[in-house]
Design a protein around this ligand. Structure first.
Ligand code: NAD
Ligand code: UDX
Length: 460
């Protein structure tokens, strides 16, 4: 197999953009082109003002500044980029299906199939096609079938190389991955991809497996991680009922090296574009193999997460004397976690929807999420008209303005800056009693209580 000189990545999103930036940074002799159909997104990736990159990730601007224009390129010319590539990563979105068979559970693979068909139509030389998107186990079989029936004599090798980065720490995760996973049948093709990662990842952290193990491992990793969050969240409700403190319980159990201390933070519920989508997909796959007990087991992780979000908003309503009608609720945070501008499946969306059903007024402050995005998230639910969403929800650029004249504050994202606010000032400008619902357990409860605020945390 000839050495890889040109890489193309289809999909310039939260995975394609950062991942290819790091691959280009670490392999200056390889040209990396990231393509997308979304012209606005590509324009933002090419913007000379690095604060306008479409993805906010700490450290990403520096990596882009180093590689862009040298061996990293962003383009909308998908066909040309396919034709010139030796290796093509497919990193397009694979959302939950919203129609037809498997609606609400199965992964929608239409974007993946479109990519495969386009590669088949355009390629005039041999290619290694790499699944970077998260896919149902055995998707490579469908890709092979599309790519091997082109009749133009071009050879394709398919690899699975799922991405394990977490948003907010993407650059750190890409630069120091716990492992890189590569699944494939053709040894030379696998080795070609191993060589790319070996530019910075120690060989012992590059795992090679068969295609199906690699595809399935990604779904399983996300299911196990999400399961820990739902497990500790389930215990948070028991703590509230019994007087135990979930932070103390998490600390105590996390000291057991078999359990470990990470991913045991009780919260208003997990969000993000991956956990829910991938577990639903796992559940769907298990059901298609008639493994109903397996499906029921994993589905419970989602049921628990929905319960946790609902429990949080119910507690706000109950505490505010069983009505939030006409009351002002300040939201600190809208992103699904700190250090990202991504809001997909954020708990904030569902908590807001529930409170709006009760006719509350909401004022949102998030340091990285735009007002347009917040309204888009609410409009997408279809619960009420866009006009109604804009009448009930205000978005501001200043946290003190958000909290001013509020009956309660809800912390939905764990942004570090929330801990540093002048909580005395916030207290003075709120209606009394001044309630704070800390959905992330980040505030100093003792200090805020001394200032006069009435603080509710998760699992305490
Ligand atoms: P994203 O929506 O941010 O980006 C996907 C991009 O693909 C979009 O910009 C879209 O315009 C583009 N696209 C779709 N079809 C196309 C086509 N035919 N040609 C060109 N461009 C096309 O999605 P993402 O968050 O980057 O996720 C991509 C994949 O990676 C998903 O399968 C996801 O499950 C997986 N993943 C995501 C994360 C994460 O943290 N976001 C982590 C690991 C894995
Ligand atoms: C996740 C996986 O971690 C990553 O490996 C995979 O590639 C993509 O999906 P991501 O969704 O970006 O990454 O963020 P993650 O840090 O996993 O957090 C997901 C959600 O769980 C967030 O809403 C977060 O706030 C929540 N969470 C996480 C908790 O509530 N408690 C925890 O202890 C950890």
């Amino acid at each position: 197999m000839k050495s890889i000189k040109n890489i193309t990545c289809i999909g310039a999103g939260y995975v394609g953009g950062p991942t290819m930036s790091v691959i280009a940074q670490k392999n200056p002799e390889i040209n990396v082109t990231v393509v997308d159909l979304n012209t606005e997104r590509i324009a933002a990736w090419n913007d000379s003002d690095l604060s306008k990159l479409p993805v906010y990730e700490p450290g990403l601007d520096e990596v882009v500044a180093e590689a862009r224009g040298r061996n990293l390129f962003f383009s909308t010319d998908v066909e040309q980029a396919i034709d010139q590539a030796d290796m093509i990563f497919i990193s397009v979105n694979t959302p939950t299906k919203t129609y037809g068979k498997g609606k609400g559970q199965a992964a929608d693979l239409k974007f993946i199939e479109l990519c495969a068909r386009q590669i088949a139509a355009v390629a005039t030389s041999d290619k290694i096609v790499v699944e970077k998107s998260t896919l149902p186990v055995r998707t490579a079989e469908a890709l092979k079938s599309i790519l091997h029936n082109t009749g133009n004599g071009v050879n394709f090798h398919i690899l699975s190389n799922p991405e394990f980065l977490a948003e907010g720490t993407a650059i750190q995760d890409l630069q120091n991955p716990d492992r890189v996973l590569i699944g494939g049948e053709n040894e030379e093709a696998v080795q070609a991809l191993v060589n790319i990662y070996a530019a910075w990842v120690p060989q012992e952290n590059i795992i090679t497996t068969n295609l199906w193990s690699s595809e399935l491992s990604k779904l399983v990793a996300n299911a196990f991680l999400a399961q820990r969050v739902s497990s500790i969240n389930a215990i948070s409700e028991l703590c509230e009922a019994t007087g135990a403190d979930v932070n103390e319980v998490a600390f105590a159990i996390g000291k057991d090296s078999r359990i470990g201390s990470k991913f045991l933070k009780a919260s208003v519920g997990f969000g993000g574009s991956c956990f829910q989508k991938d577990i639903l997909n796992l559940v769907y796959i298990a059901r298609t193999y008639n493994l109903h007990k397996v499906a029921d087991y994993w589905e419970q992780v989602i049921i628990m997460n929905d319960h946790q979000k609902e429990r949080f908003s119910d507690n706000i309503i109950k505490t505010l004397y069983n009505t939030v009608n006409g009351k002002n609720i300040a939201f600190l945070g809208w992103a699904f976690k700190k250090d990202t501008n991504d809001t997909r499946e954020s708990a904030a969306i569902y908590v807001a929807d529930h409170l709006l059903d009760e006719e509350a007024f909401i004022t949102v402050y998030d340091p990285k999420v735009s007002a347009e995005q917040i309204y888009r998230d609410l409009d997408y639910l279809g619960t009420r008209s866009p006009e109604e969403n804009r009448r009930l929800v205000k978005v501001v650029n200043n946290p003190y303005e958000a909290c001013n004249k509020s009956h309660a504050i809800a912390v939905l994202t764990e942004w570090d800056e929330f801990k540093t606010y002048d909580w005395q000032r916030i207290y003075q400008n709120m209606y009394k009693p001044a309630f704070v619902f800390d959905g992330r357990n980040i505030l100093n409860k003792k200090e805020l209580t001394e200032k006069g605020l009435v603080v509710y945390s998760i699992g305490e």
